[in-house]
Structures are given as C-alpha cells and as structure tokens.
Design a protein around this ligand. Structure first.
Ligand SMILES: [Zn+2]
Length: 157
C-alpha cells in the first residue's frame, strides 16, 4: 500500500466522493496546473492525487505508463475516470492542443537563467512568476530532477 492508515484517512477526507459516473473533486491543495497534490509527510515529497487514487484502486502503475483523466478534469480523483495510458501520446496531444505541461515552457536558456537567479538568492516564488511556471517546476530545475528543456522535449516527439 502506498499510503499508511493515517495518510489514507487524510486522503479520504479530502475527496468529494460521488457516484461512479461523476467527478470526485479533490478538496485539498492543488498544483498551479490544477492537479491535486498530497503531502507524503517527508520534506518536498508530494504526489499527484490522481496517481494515488489509481494506485489505491488498481495497484502499482505499470512501467512506462502515465495516469490520465478520461474526464479532462484535472482535479478529479474518481478511479473510474482514470486510466493508465501512454505518456508519449499524452505529451504529444498536449503540445498539439496547446496545453503543454509546465516544463515544456522552459527552454535550455531559461533553465540556465533560473539556475543563476537561484544562486543569486532570488525567491522561488518570484522566479516562478517571472517564467510563468509553478514553484514545483522551479524546485525541479533547482534540484536538476529529470528536466528536459522545451527544445529538447520537442525534438523527442
Ligand atoms: Zn472525473
């Protein structure tokens, strides 16, 4: 199980649980992108709530798959509205439809600039506003976590 009992209790208390064919809105905090987030209790350790919901319902996420919404409502955690799909198709569709993930908005030179600003002591929130991405994205840049630049990202599609 990915959540212990007390985490599960907290998680369940933040879900507006409804019928199978309705969206179950996440009532807790959300990323700027609209996806719900859940603190796993460790520092900097947050997980997407739709991914947690899918795993609680179905078990571990198959390798190479992303958890996607059938209902297009990013705040929804109804396991019946979620499916394990191909991240490659999803990323391509998102770019085509102009709703790319945050990280695709940054070019390699943006990322270099962000590194410089962080070194200069600029607040992450200010940097996030300047580049119009979420603070989580700035954190990822800061920590160099698996962060393809926009130009590289497009080349892979
Ligand atoms: Zn839904």
């Amino acid at each position: 199980m990915i959540l212990d009992n007390s985490q599960l209790e907290i998680f369940a208390s933040k879900v507006d649980k409804r019928g199978h064919d309705e969206c179950w809105e996440w009532l807790g905090s959300k990323y700027q992108t609209g996806y719900g987030k859940f603190s796993m209790g460790r520092r900097n350790s947050c997980e997407y709530v739709h991914r947690i919901s899918w795993q609680l319902f179905n078990g571990p996420i198959p390798e190479g798959k992303m958890i996607l919404h059938k209902c297009n409502n990013r705040g929804c955690v109804n396991p019946y509205h979620l499916y394990a799909g191909d991240g490659f198709d999803n990323a391509r569709d998102m770019i085509r439809s102009g709703r790319g993930p945050n990280r695709c908005r940054l070019t390699r030179s943006d990322i270099d600039s962000i590194h410089k600003l962080i070194k200069l002591g600029e607040q992450q929130q200010r940097i996030a506003e300047k580049f119009q991405v979420s603070e989580a994205t700035i954190s990822k840049v800061k920590n160099n976590i698996d962060f393809p630049a926009k130009d590289e990202y497009h080349n892979n599609l």
